[in-house]
Design a protein around this ligand. Structure first.
Ligand code: TMP
Ligand code: ASP
Length: 244
């Protein structure tokens, strides 16, 4: 379209302007990166899967009262979203110990956490997205104390909704990453995507640790069958949604 301009290209998505200054178009790519882009590859069909899955999950969350940037999905790998100013913080919530939590604390993989753990990482590729303390986050003025409290409250609500939903799909939501943005009125909206790229998802029907991984860890750890795992997650999400 003539009035579409590329505004930003990230590792997994391209953002375009539209004729409406308050609306952006997100194009989901098949490109995959890990470890701050040290590892690169392609997951065939990933763009469409992540776009469709984010659409389904944003709709579920909206129906439960969580405001999101999602507007509609005009093409299989495209999503129209409200323009927001992204808060440069990656909000991670964990139900089970995995990934950097195990590396940094020594907790064994798979430890069920007594309460969900919410963590904030600085969204800054040059610095390697470091873990932030609350005081560092406030010192850097990445958010106000009120916004920070709201981010945590919304994240815990989203975790409750999605944990229950994925359980209906036979999938354990181990942990996931969220991003938020401020709209023109300064209201916090859930933004970015929710997909197997940004969640750890374990198949409840499998006990073998390697077989049960259905998310980007298959790519990060070279476990194979990445495309089919992503496809399986999407199929279960769509089935579970139609069964209501
Ligand atoms: P971590 O255990 O590596 O800190 O990851 C926690 C969650 O965040 C996991 O579900 C994967 C997701 N994640 C992203 O979406 N993007 C990233 O850049 C990283 C490092 C993790
Ligand atoms: N998306 C991140 C990157 O490429 C890291 C990850 O998801 O593991 O850097």
């Amino acid at each position: 379209m003539a009035d579409m301009q590329k505004l930003y290209e990230g590792k997994a998505k391209i953002i375009y302007s539209t004729e409406d200054p308050e609306i952006l178009l997100t194009h989901f790519k098949d490109d995959a990166t890990a470890f701050n882009a040290l590892k690169r590859g392609t997951i065939i069909g990933k763009g469409e899967i992540n776009c469709r899955m984010s659409t389904e999950l944003f709709q579920i969350l909206e129906a439960k009262g969580i405001p999101t940037h999602w507007i509609d999905q005009p093409a299989p790998n495209q999503m129209r979203v409200r323009r927001v100013k992204i808060v440069p913080v990656e909000v991670v919530v964990r139900n089970i110990a995995a990934g950097s939590l195990c590396k940094q604390t020594g907790l064994p993989l798979g430890t069920v956490l007594k309460h969900p753990l919410v963590e904030f990482f600085y969204k800054n590729d040059e610095l390697g997205d470091p873990l932030l303390t609350r005081d560092r986050l406030l010192l850097l003025e990445l958010a106000t104390p009120e916004q920070l409290d709201q981010l945590k409250t919304m994240t815990l609500q989203i975790n409750e909704i999605l944990t229950e939903f994925f359980h209906q799909c036979g999938i354990t939501l181990v942990d996931f990453k969220l991003e938020f943005g401020l709209d023109v009125n300064g209201k916090l909206l859930l933004a970015d995507e929710i997909s197997p790229d940004t969640c750890r998802l374990w198949d409840e029907g499998e006990t073998d640790q390697t077989k049960r991984i259905m998310d980007k860890d298959r790519f990060r750890q070279d476990l194979g069958q990445v495309e089919s795992a992503y496809q399986k997650v999407l199929e279960r999400v769509l089935n579970s949604k139609t069964q209501g």
